[in-house]
Design a protein around this ligand. Structure first.
Ligand code: NAP
Ligand code: MG
Length: 500
């Protein structure tokens, strides 16, 4: 029997009740996994089990794909109109808005991010993204190509079919919205796997999707492990497109599985080790505030985290003093406390990974300028950490830590900092701080990254393309660009009297 999860939130920032089924959502119904096994859902603030959710298997992937295929051929895909899809997405956005606080509270409970940020960032942007793509759904069309007066030639942007989507735990609801919006607007049917560490908001979303009135099979959710369910999605012969957000290591596996199975179309949003360059002529107080937000927001668990902070020698000492003061003031604590900026890391695995990186920084001779240790004795809290005196080849300078750890690096020369900033396998985002507009823009143009922020960081808008250069990914999400990931272009050529 599918069990129900019920939770009373009685916190300073939110009081309310959540209650929903914890099964897989297939063909418009909550069902158990075919093996009837479950996965423990952990609260990272305490390390304790919140509830159990159904564990899907490869067999459930087949069942969900068949349901999606059937929906694509009957009620969705080319059988649905753009206006209808727009209406349903619009309704979903409204339902998310009505339940925004509950969604934010579930995110805080399961992921450990603060309720306040979950309200102001995750849920707010997720709603905006669904609404944005509701606007696109009835504006998807091809072109007419003028060829010959005796021919009519045009292109159609058709939905692809059944698409697989795999998302991570750092922005569970937001990453789901980025995937759902363009896929549903263009008429595809979905089989989605959330992270095993943070499945709750995805499950709650199934109820909202249901309530919005999407036909059964259009959206299917499989909670389960990457090595089983994720791998089965990536290698499925009837899934024609896969969209993945997660680590570069798993992204590689997805591409390999796609190549070895049916050459499904692949888009990847992967990791980053993002440079943040602060020139002598920056507005220093602003640069300090943004740099702290860049490196420590979402507990450093952001693919765009600006954790390599390059500061020009003329302002280095002043920057470091102010930055240290700022980072020290970031309040670590209960995600449901009014003044918390940083909650626990999302899981024990992630906590251990970050502590290992901190240890490697110490072992390789970098200086722990601030933090570097656990916060408290319960849950997975880590004090915001600053390293100085690093060298370019250290692990903490080269690898994505995905935790509240920033390295501050002194530089003299503009050419040299651009070379250092680009000296990475990643290319997701970069930031430049300078009040000299020419320097700021020319530097931004020379950085090899899918996003370059000038005098700000971590700005995301539903209509602005997002994605990575180099090993940070393939393809772009958001904006009009994301629609291309979910449409197949067909050229139609009609003979109007051209005689053989
Ligand atoms: P991850 O370990 O790569 O996992 C991501 C997803 O892939 C999870 O759902 C995971 O399942 C699944 N998975 C694991 N092994 C798989 C396999 N063999 N086949 C198919 N799926 C598999 O990443 P994460 O730790 O969740 O997230 C952190 C990473 O995501 C960071 O590198 C971060 O930079 C990146 N990220 C990128 C963006 C972006 O837009 N560029 C945004 C957010 C995060 P499980 O449930 O078993 O873990
Ligand atoms: Mg959790």
């Amino acid at each position: 029997m599918v069990s129900t999860f019920t939770h009373e939130f009685n916190t300073p920032v939110y009081k309310g009740r959540a209650s929903f089924s914890t099964g897989l959502y297939i063909n418009g119904k909550f069902v158990e996994g075919s093996d009837k096994t479950t996965i423990d859902v952990i609260n990272p603030s305490t390390g304790k089990v919140i509830t159990k959710v159904a564990e899907a298997t490869a067999k459930d992937v087949d069942i969900a794909v068949d349901a999606a295929q059937k929906a694509f051929e009957t009620t969705w895909g080319l059988n649905s109109g753009g206006a209808e899809r727009s209406k349903l997405l619009g309704k979903l956005a409204r339902l998310m808005e009505e339940h925004q606080q509950e969604l934010a509270a579930l995110e805080a409970l399961d992921n450990g991010k603060t309720f306040t940020w979950a309200m102001n960032a995750d849920t707010a942007v997720a709603i905006d993204t669904i609404r944005y793509y509701a606007g696109w759904a009835d504006k998807i069309h091809g072109q007419v190509q003028e060829t010959d007066e005796k021919k009519l030639t045009y292109s159609r942007h058709e939905p692809i079919g059944v698409v697989g989507q795999i998302i991570p735990w750092n922005f569970p609801l937001l990453m789901m919205a980025w995937k759902l919006g363009p896929a549903l607007a263009t008429g595809n049917c979905i089989v989605l796997k959330p992270s095993e560490f943070t499945p709750l908001t995805a499950i709650r979303m199934c109820e909202l999707i249901h309530q919005a009135g999407f036909p059964p099979g259009v959206f299917n959710l499989l909670t389960g492990y990457g090595s089983t369910v994720g791998a089965a999605i990536a290698s499925h012969m009837k899934i024609e497109k896969i969209a993945f957000t997660g680590s570069t290591m798993v992204g590689r596996k997805i591409m390999e599985a796609a190549a070895k199975s049916n050459l499904k179309n692949v888009t990847l949003e992967l990791g980053g080790k993002n440079p943040n360059i602060i020139f002598n002529d920056a507005d220093l107080d602003q640069a300090v505030n943004w740099a702290a937000h860049g490196s420590y927001w979402n507990h450093g668990q952001a693919c765009t985290a600006g954790s390599r902070i390059y500061v020009q020698s003329g302002v280095y000492d002043e920057f470091l003093a102010k930055f240290t003061e700022k980072v020290r003031s970031l309040k670590v604590g209960d995600p449901f406390a009014v003044d918390s900026y940083q909650g626990p890391q999302a899981s024990k695995v992630q906590y251990d990974r970050i502590m290992n990186f901190i240890q490697s920084g110490k072992d390789q001779g970098a200086t722990v300028h601030l933090g570097g240790d656990r916060n408290g004795t319960e849950g997975y809290y880590i004090n915001p950490t600053i390293f100085t005196n690093t060298t370019p080849n250290m692990k903490i300078v080269q690898e994505e830590i995905f935790g509240p750890v920033g390295v501050v690096i002194k530089f003299d020369d503009e050419e040299d900092v651009i070379r250092q900033a680009n000296d990475t396998v990643f290319g997701l985002a970069a930031a430049v701080f300078s009040q000299n507009i020419t320097r700021a823009i020319t530097t931004a143009h020379r950085l090899k990254a899918g996003t370059a922020w000038i005098n700000c960081v971590n700005q995301i808008h539903s209509n602005v393309p997002f994605g990575g250069f180099k090993q940070s990914g393939i393809g772009r999400e958001l904006g009009e660009y994301a629609l291309h990931n979910y449409t197949a272009v067909k050229a139609v050529q009609v003979n109007l009297g051209y005689v053989m």
